[in-house]
Design a protein around this ligand. Structure first.
Ligand SMILES: [Zn+2]
Length: 138
């Protein structure tokens, strides 16, 4: 596959994938805090290194960027850059299949897995309601 990006630009782009403590993550953290839930972050001992772990509810939360993780039916998740479209589609497809493998592994271990999409963190109120519901039934 040809690569239209320079090496430097490529490594910058790739580094963006592993970025931690992104704005959507900060929203989720602040919601969990204000709801009084106790949690740990970026737990390396579990598959996929979940962004948040609530051990009391045996629940993990992943905060996914819509573009990188291929959010379906979402403007950001389905919009591909014009150049090198095949590369991006491939990349995102492989991210998405890794995500589902991780989800399966965690569920098999008895974890309840919640995915919070970047676009869902735009409305704090909606996010609060969704997490409340999930956490109350856990
Ligand atoms: Zn989205």
């Amino acid at each position: 596959m040809t690569d239209v990006f320079s090496k430097r630009k490529r490594s910058w782009l790739m580094s963006r994938i592993r970025v931690r403590d992104t704005a959507p993550e900060r929203v989720v953290r602040s919601v969990l805090r204000s709801e009084g839930f106790r949690f740990r972050t970026h737990v390396a001992t579990l598959p996929g290194k979940p962004d948040f772990l609530l051990s009391k509810s045996k629940m993990v939360i992943f905060v996914h960027g819509c573009f990188w993780h291929g959010h379906r039916h979402c403007k950001k998740g389905t919009h591909m850059p014009k150049s090198n479209e095949v590369f991006w589609m491939d990349k995102i497809r492989s991210n998405a299949s890794r995500d589902s493998a991780i989800k399966r592994k965690l569920r098999a271990k008895g974890w309840c897995v919640i995915i919070v999409w970047e676009c869902e963190t735009k409305s704090r109120e909606k996010l609060v309601n969704r997490l409340r519901k999930k956490l109350e039934t856990a």
